[in-house]
Ligand binder design. Structure first.
Ligand code: 1PR
Length: 570
């Protein structure tokens, strides 16, 4: 079988390649127009932005051959942007035309009632098919979506509706989850990132892509009005801070309030090795395991997403020789859920003087198998610069040069996470200085140390080592404006304490932006996840220490969520 994959040069296509290999299939990459003639089946794993995809295909002379391939009747499977290019156009890039097979346009989600991008695991449903596992899709499973633009399901438009295979709902919007007609199949979600459910779907298509499995479209098309609630689940994220230890090995480590070195024991260990007792490890970098092995463990345990944070000095390694790239490559062979990589995503210069713009650094990680990059220090500087340009010190537009803007333009905003490292700054009652409008007051029934206090949240850079004159609210609003697609909200005060998420901080940020927010730092038990979802509107919650030390398992967290009527993927 001549299975080919189409790569227009942007985004994570490695994950699909890894999935296909894992399923035992061989494939080739389309590298020239002539390859379309050799292909007997084709997958286009489009990642990124609509305009970039079409322009990328055009500039490589692949757009017309793609159109001809599809018209020839040979099997085609488009994923995400690979499905969207089948439509006429997208408001993401109004001057760019799609292939126009499906006679309607793609538009942006309305963020009045929900966070946009739509990011996470949602259910799908067939319109009226009796076969509820058609194309390997299963209505009882969840699939991973990540996009800001969607094809609304309009049953009054019969020409477009005849393509619709499954629908899904986000907020009150019902949109197309998959299309199926003749030789063409497409999914808005990412099967290669949808765990076992996605593997089953891909396997079903790969085992017989040439089969005409088109079910007769309902005629007239069926109505699918929105229901009271959508099927999006809350995401549980496992985070691994990776650095080299004092022996030069890459390890997953974990800090207490960002200090990753072992503390001296209360009773020092004896220095005499003949005593049979272990020598003191005080001062050593905590070693909680190997990154790829831990990533595989969390995938198997049901993590909805994984983060790898590069917190070591090798962030300054030359890009070609960046150890973290090897970690991402190896992890992407083991895990089939989204992978975020952070640390060192910024403009840099290799030791030989070669400049490496942040866009190139991010591109290397996407090609290695990352789905999102996370930016911390550079995001703070970018917002500071944006505010300095605004005449009133408030928000203006970016100048297009920041890492957030350049990466979001090429890969779509959903690929850009901003990781925030705020720290509380306590002030006296009656404080009347800067950030007074953002003050949080300790509650009478709150922790004793906080009861009579007020505080604001200050941004830091370089892993909390340097405080900056910027509040977390200013940062959150600023990065949203610059084009970030998600906020990963840490708390230096809560990191590693097990006291629970900082609910005040999470609420403060959640109500100031419309993009998804991941609550992080402080989880000590499963109930803390229930609390953060019940008391704030966040889309996801992240933990590190309790998972690494196996104090709480991911299934236990999911059970607690379901027990509290919070949607979770299991
Ligand atoms: O500044 O763009 O190079 O990014 C550096 C990244 O590395 C940032 O995302 C920053 O948060 C992270 N980082 C830097 N130093 C440390 C450190 O610990 N010394 N880790 C660090 C931050 C916080 C989370 C942790 C949660 C949950 N660690 O990663 O996973 O707090 O922990 P818990 O559940 O155990 O409480 P740039």
């Amino acid at each position: 079988m001549g299975l080919y994959l189409l790569d227009y040069g942007a985004g994570n296509v490695r994950s699909l390649a890894n999935t296909i290999k894992k399923l035992g299939y061989e494939f080739e990459w389309i590298s020239s127009p002539a390859d379309f003639l050799k292909a007997t089946s084709l997958i286009f794993p489009g990642v990124g932005a609509f305009g970039t995809a079409i322009e990328g295909l055009e500039s490589r002379g692949l757009l017309e051959p793609l159109r001809e391939y599809i018209a020839s009747g040979k099997p085609y499977f488009g994923i995400c942007i690979g499905m969207q290019v089948l439509f006429q156009s997208s408001s993401e890039s109004p001057s760019t035309k799609g292939l126009g097979l499906i006679p309607c346009s793609i538009d942006e989600f309305d963020n009045a009632d929900k966070s946009v991008p739509h990011m996470g695991w949602n259910s799908v449903e067939f319109l009226d098919l009796a076969d509820k596992t058609h194309e390997g899709i299963d209505e009882s499973s969840h699939y991973y979506f990540v996009h800001s633009y969607r094809a609304r399901y309009d049953w009054t438009d019969a020409d477009a509706a005849q393509w619709v295979h499954t629908t899904t709902q986000y907020g009150q919007e019902v949109f197309v989850a998959s299309v199926r007609k003749g030789n063409v199949f497409g999914t808005q979600f990412h099967p290669e990132k949808s765990g076992d459910a996605g593997l089953r779907l891909l396997n079903a298509w790969l085992s017989s892509p040439e089969n005409s499995r088109t079910a007769a479209p309902p005629s007239p098309p069926l109505a699918r009005p929105p229901r009271a609630q959508d099927g999006l689940t809350k995401r549980i994220v496992a985070c691994m801070d990776v650095r080299s230890n004092d022996d030069g090995d890459l390890v997953v480590t974990k800090g207490d309030q960002y200090d990753v070195r072992e503390k001296p024991a209360a009773t020092p260990a004896p220095a005499d090795p003949s005593s049979g007792q272990q020598a003191s490890t005080a001062g050593a970098v905590r070693n909680l395991g190997k990154p790829v092995a831990l990533a595989a463990r969390y995938y198997a345990a049901g993590a909805d997403e994984l983060c790898l944070m590069n917190i070591t000095s090798f962030r300054h390694s030359p890009l070609q020789d960046q150890p973290m790239l090897a970690v991402v490559r190896a992890a992407a062979e083991e895990v089939f859920v989204p992978l975020t990589i952070g640390g060192g995503i910024k403009d840099s210069v290799d030791p030989d003087g070669t400049p490496r713009p942040a866009l190139e650094v991010a591109g290397a990680y996407f090609r290695a198998g990352a789905d999102k990059v996370s930016i911390a220090t550079e995001a703070v500087f970018a917002v500071e610069q944006m505010r300095a340009r605004a005449s009133d010190g408030g928000l203006c537009h970016g100048d297009g040069t920041s890492a957030i803007e350049t990466i979001a333009k090429a890969y779509g905003r959903q690929a850009v996470v901003v990781s925030v490292d705020p720290r509380r700054v306590y002030v006296e009652p009656g404080y009347d200085g800067p950030y007074k409008d953002e003050l949080v007051y300790g509650k009478p029934d709150g922790a004793e140390a906080e009861r009579s206090k007020a505080w604001w949240y200050q941004c830091t850079v370089k892993g909390g080592r340097e405080n900056r004159p910027l509040s977390v609210v200013q940062l959150a609003r600023g990065v949203e404006k610059l084009g970030a697609g998600e906020i990963l909200l840490n708390s230096i005060d809560r990191d590693g304490t097990g006291l629970g998420f900082d609910i005040d901080l999470v609420n403060l940020v959640r109500r100031n932006v419309r993009i998804p927010v991941v609550a992080s730092s402080g989880a000590g038990k499963a109930q803390h996840f229930v609390e953060v979802f019940q008391q704030t509107g966040v889309e996801a919650a992240l933990a590190a220490g309790i998972f690494h030390r196996e104090e709480v398992g991911i299934p236990e967290v999911k059970d607690a969520l379901v027990g509290a009527n919070i949607k979770a993927r299991r």
